[in-house]
Design a protein around this ligand. Structure first.
Ligand code: B12
Ligand code: SF4
Ligand code: SF4
Length: 195
């Protein structure tokens, strides 16, 4: 993309980010008219929903830009009502320290007792507040080969998860973000995800 912009406007200095630096991804995306930040705090595109990453290019030339669009959450409160840990403490505000995504990906210690059993089988991250969002009804699955899971994973049974070894973990999550929680983290999550 940087090359394409360069070929249109001449030499530029630019750097691309995607969840990779202290940059307010969603705020810039919203300012650029890519969607609105919904009550679940994710950026929602009116035709594509919210199941995408936000990326940006910071560059030293001013380009034509779009303006912000409206917020179409309206009176809906589905995400707030369905969050199993009450992490959306008020519309547009997620308390990260209550979010399953934080517990299962970022937390290094044990899952707090009061949260155990509330995770509705989410063992790495959580998409409940996006799954229930009406704007995701028409979102389409990706066609990016690099995001496809290891085929072995697709045939995994409950027993395979129970007996998961570090070698198998390393094999099936070789190029996956799941590595972030490490083997011990995933084992911990599997113990606490609830019935
Ligand atoms: C920290 C973080 C988390 C934390 C905290 C999330 C949170 N909502 O606070 C945790 C680990 C919980 C998390 C979870 C998830 N995350 Co996350 N996360 C981030 C990260 C790295 C930084 C966000 C941040 O804290 N920014 C700083 C704060 C100040 O900004 P902000 O949250 O946008 O806050 C603004 C407003 O919300 C508002 N606001 C915030 N608090 C308050 C309080 C009050 C009182 C008021 C009035 C306003 C207000 O004002 C702020 C300034 O404008 C971004 C990447 C990035 N670099 O931006 C990804 C990012 C937001 N995450 C992303 C994703 C995909 C997820 C998950 C879906 C992953 C998953 N499947 O588990 C979940 C979704 C949880 C949820 N409902 O938000 C994507 C979102 C894509 C999208 N379509 O919007 C991002 C943008 C990464 C990316 N580049 O794609 N995440
Ligand atoms: S990601 Fe899950 S736990 Fe976090 S706010 Fe959304 S529904 Fe709640
Ligand atoms: S579920 Fe409803 S309130 Fe929540 S983000 Fe989607 S439209 Fe907005």
């Amino acid at each position: 993309m940087i090359k394409i912009i360069g070929s249109e406007v001449g030499d530029i200095n630019a750097r691309a980010f995607v969840d990779s630096a202290p940059i307010m991804d969603k705020v810039w995306a919203e300012k650029s008219g890519l969607g609105w930040v919904g009550k679940n705090t994710n950026l929602i595109h009116p035709k594509k929903g919210s199941f995408f990453f936000v990326a940006e290019i910071v560059l030293d030339v001013e380009l034509d830009y779009d303006n912000p669009i409206n917020d179409y959450c309206g009176t809906c409160t589905k995400c707030i009502d369905e969050c199993p840990t009450g992490a959306i403490v008020e519309p547009y505000v997620v308390d990260g320290s209550k979010c399953i995504s934080y517990f299962t990906i970022e937390l290094k210690s044990d899952i707090p007792i009061e949260q155990q059993g509330k995770f509705e089988k989410w063992a790495f991250g959580c998409d409940i507040c996006q799954d229930v969002c009406p704007w995701n009804k028409f979102s389409k699955p990706h066609s990016e080969e690099a995001f496809s899971p290891n085929p072995k994973l697709l045939s995994f049974t409950g027993k395979d998860w129970e007996e998961l070894s570090e070698d198998v973990f390393k094999e099936i999550f070789k190029r996956s973000a799941v590595k972030r929680t490490k083997f011990e983290g995933l084992k911990r999550n599997l113990k606490f995800i609830g019935n």
